[in-house]
Write a protein that binds this ligand. Sequence first.
Ligand SMILES: [Zn+2]
Length: 185
Amino acid sequence: MKYCSQCAHPVSLRIPPGDALPRYVCDHCQTIHYQNPKIVAGCIPEWEDRILLCRRAIEPRYGLWTVPAGFMENGETVADAAARETLEEARAQVRDCSLYALFNLPHISQVYVLFRARLPRPEFGPGTESLEVDLFTEARIPWDRLAFPVIRETLRRYFADRRNGTFPVHTGDIAPPPGWRGNPA
Ligand SMILES: [Zn+2]
């Protein structure tokens, strides 16, 4: 951040009085611009023995497969966000969203909240952010063409649970990829 979103004057990075971390502070209007993690909400839509995946039409990871998921908006619940993303990316209506997994990705300041959800009908299609959408049995999951490590980890646990016939809520932390040089902000 270089300029204040309130008054357009330059900001400086410093620790405000009584705080512990550096923040972007506007020396003109005194606004402190806090930056906090973002929540990514998503669904594992289920139809019989298959789940719905989307092939991304956007960067990053263009052309790779993922579950429908995206950034939560202000004013909605996490489950609402997961269902909305499924409608937008896969043109599919889901029912009975039930919490399945929470993963921390501190290296990119994101938290993934994923739900299992029921597809009442196998009706779906690509939204504007998807190239294609399809139902997959476990045997057909494109493991080597999944978009994100968090999705691979989620689906690995999901199919193990499916074989056991029980779906406990999972939590975990996703480590940065080898050689990660990113900035946590
Ligand atoms: Zn300002």
